[in-house]
Design a protein around this ligand. Structure first.
Ligand code: FAD
Length: 392
């Protein structure tokens, strides 16, 4: 392990690795990514791989337009197949309030140049003929949205970053920091016993710049430097069915109960549903309660799926902020301690563009209006943000 680095990144999930890769493409190659477990152990290895530009805020729509472009180029650029498939996202509304939310969002999306359309229930049924459109009042559809297979996406960033000189250290915990005043001097790390290595000694990596990309664990990491982050981990469950021949083009998402499901390139139906009263805390266990709720909702939406068998279920943590918007950029009190957390159920799709922008922000040291909006300060100032197109 390097004794010193220009930037140390805590967390080898999609966010940390995308930032590391983009730092390296900007010439900052003396970067060390420290990951306490294996690379897909966090939310980045446990998610549904949904990638969409259907958002209600102009900022999110524009970010995701660029991120989708980056997903499209990813396989060729990174030399890895990420199974990116643009089958669109079909959002369903079952109440007048949700129809209004969809209409307002589609207006914003169209103003940004996105080809999203509002659909009647029978038009939605043309896209997914197996849908029971009876309770649906309207839908929205953007054919450019899609899904990826998350694991190779994570590995692709890790390998590309390593080719450029980035050091990626799995099974190693960040356990503390050395500081003088507001300056970070070193990151203290300790090999995680999971690796079975006899090496258990703490080590220091000298650095003045640290990125906190620890996802649902970000508040724990920030706490080591006396910074209080308001995001909290909440379990989010998901499951996968037996494989079928291809029949479902888009990812279907219901704004009312947070049901979502898509068909993977391997044929499985992968989906989840909102579980609103999940207490905060790191919990990656699966439950029967989830399966029951998901089964009811998916069979009501697509009755044919009542016969599908669930082969696997798992869970990860959503990293949830009080206003459902992320925390990105520098914090007051500690110099060059960059945050990249609070991405709830959409951090995977945003990682390509956020990785690029955060690397630019670190290298150029120039303000970015987006990161001012997403700064931690907004919670003290009561300047909370909003976003209507949250699912899961
Ligand atoms: C079930 C589920 C479905 C989802 N579906 C989607 C979806 O369809 N589309 C989408 O865009 N997003 C989705 N998300 C959200 C998305 O997965 C996350 O927003 C994203 O993966 C966050 O990436 P990350 O790198 O910030 O966090 P993570 O992937 O969690 O990575 C953080 C890493 O930090 C490591 N770490 C923590 N503490 C330390 C420490 N002290 N020292 C060293 N390492 C540390 C952890 O081990 C972890 O690997 C979903 C999430 C879940 C749980």
């Amino acid at each position: 392990m390097r004794a010193d680095a220009d930037v140390v990144i805590v967390g080898g999930g999609i966010m940390g690795l995308a930032i590391a890769y983009h730092l390296a493409t900007r010439g900052v190659t003396k970067v060390t990514v420290v990951e306490k477990s294996y690379l897909c152990s966090g939310a980045s290895g446990r998610n549904g791989g949904g990638v969409r530009a259907q958002w209600s805020s102009e900022a999110n729509v524009r970010l995701m337009q660029e991120s989708i472009e980056m997903c499209r180029d990813f396989a060729q650029k990174m030399k890895i197949n990420v199974w990116f498939r643009q089958g669109g996202y079909l959002f369903l509304a079952r109440s007048a309030q949700k129809v209004q939310a969809l209409e307002q969002s589609v207006k914003v999306q169209n103003e940004c140049g996105l080809g999203t359309s509002m659909l009647t229930p029978s038009e939605a049924k043309k896209i997914v003929p197996e849908l029971d459109a009876t309770p649906i009042l309207a839908a929205s559809y953007n054919p450019d949205d899609g899904v990826v297979f998350p694991w190779p996406f994570v590995w692709g960033y890790a390998q590309a970053a390593q080719r450029l000189g980035v050091e990626v250290i799995p099974f190693c915990d960040v356990i503390g920091f050395e500081t003088s005043g507001s300056r970070i001097d070193a990151v203290t790390v300790r090999p995680n016993p999971e690796i079975g290595s006899s090496e258990k000694r703490e080590q220091k990596i000298a650095t003045h710049k640290v990125v906190n990309a620890a996802g649902a664990w970000s508040p724990e990491v920030a706490k080591m430097l006396g910074i209080d982050l308001p995001n909290r981990p909440h379990r989010h469950e998901i499951c996968s069915s037996e494989p079928f021949k291809p029949w479902l083009r888009p990812l279907v998402a219901d704004l009312t109960d947070g049901l979502y499901f898509s068909q993977s390139t391997r044929g499985e139906i992968v989906g989840g549903i909102s579980q609103r009263h999940v207490p905060p805390g790191i919990n990656q266990e699966s439950s029967h309660t989830f399966l029951g709720r998901y089964a009811q909702a998916i069979t009501r939406t697509c009755p044919i799926l009542g016969a599908a068998k669930v082969l696997r279920q798992w869970a990860g943590c959503y990293d949830i902020t009080p206003d459902a918007n992320p925390i990105v950029g520098e914090v007051d009190g500690i110099d060059h301690f960059y945050q990249a957390s609070g991405f709830m159920g959409h951090g995977f799709m945003m990682a390509p563009i956020i990785g690029k922008l955060l690397a630019q922000y670190i290298v150029d040291e120039a303000p970015l209006p987006l990161f001012d909006r997403w700064n931690l300060r907004r919670f003290d100032r009561g300047e909370l943000l909003s976003e209507a197109m949250i699912i899961g």
